[in-house]
Design a protein around this ligand. Sequence first.
Ligand SMILES: [Zn+2]
Length: 466
Amino acid sequence: MKVRRKKIRFDRIFIAIAILVLLVFLVKFCIKTVKNFIINNEAKSSDTISVGDITLDIWNSTIDYIKENKKNITINYHGDKVTIKASDIKNGMNIKLDGYNKTIDEPLFNNVDSYYIKNNDILNLSSKISISLPGYLRNHDIVDVYKVKNKKISLYKSAFEVVDGSVTFRVDKDTDYFITYINLKSIKASSVILDEGTTSKINMTFNPNNASDLSVKYEVEDPSIATVTGGKVTGLKAGKTVVKIISKANPDVEKEINITVNAVEKPEPTPEPTPTPEPTTNKTSKGYDIVQKDGLTYIDGILIVNKTYGLPSTYNPGGLTDEFQAAFDEMQEAAAEDGIDLFIVSGFRDYEYQAALYDKYVSFDGIEVADTYSARAGHSEHQTGYAADINSADESFEGTPEAIWLDENCYKYGFIVRYQKGKDSITGYIYEPWHLRYIGKEKAKMIYESGLTLEEYYGFDSKYED
Ligand SMILES: [Zn+2]
């Protein structure tokens, strides 16, 4: 009897263990299948996948499906959405979003509309992110993006264009991003006293000085006495008038200043012999003609803009030129065939806009440093409509597959990398592997093969007068 009992107990234990193992396996399998099914199922019914949670684990089969069908992922988060393009989605990736409407413990950024993106796990293998902005940011034409690393905030790039409610930019691993629009509250400016026929800068400061949109327009009460463009007053005839400085983004913010133009005694016309015209030095050091027409400078048919040669404040092609756009489209298509994704982050910028942008960089870094990476108004190639920043405007772009591709191939489409490495003292700017200038295929090939900058090839300077 005893022996028989023991045998039965052993069988029962064995069966119990077997059932338990099977059960655990089944439960695990079911969860996997259900999760996978839900995501797949939603993807099939619409162009995007929506989940209500902060953390989303994506299964490999789902990723294959997303990529094959070119779906984007949209994550709903507290009623707002973040979209990640299919091309940026990688196997085994994790997406985590954190800190909705977060106030950062920094007086500069308190009480502003901001969107904080914690990037520890976002797009680990990807180099760019497309953010569909929440409602309170998407109404602005531009937003500022700050980098947050080791709890330190620094300006990543000012004035990102908002396109269809989204911004697209390169992301670095281990960096968080902070997207914001900071309202301009007031403008301070002092009166200007100047002589007839002279030009003087308006001393202007903005509160806060990191406001997102510092662009202003000017209304002169009596335009026969003075005119104002790009923050500079030109005295036309003796008298007094008033200039109203108005924020373009927020017309409620304005400041009135007095302008006094003093008469200048005209010197007696001295009966000097008519001076013999000095030999015009209208050739570069390499013997090319410097042709000046309507305030524009051309060398070998190329519109030249650098620190020496500027553009009139009124010069405005209204956007990127058709030539630039057509060449870029052609290049973008060719790059895509090599698996390289190119996009324009900053194209045309008009005179007033560049003036505001430069002032903002000066308020951050001072004139000396700002001059190494940002152009003064009238001296930006972006005002020509023949230049744009591709994919980035940040030094971390150097050495990326996109930067290398551009460096090796852009000339085939008529572009040159305008500010080359180690040529700061010649071009006047730090290395900008993202800044392309269109000059036409033939000339771009010529410059590329010479290994020289535009300044060196033709033999002209890039230096501000002062
Ligand atoms: Zn640029």
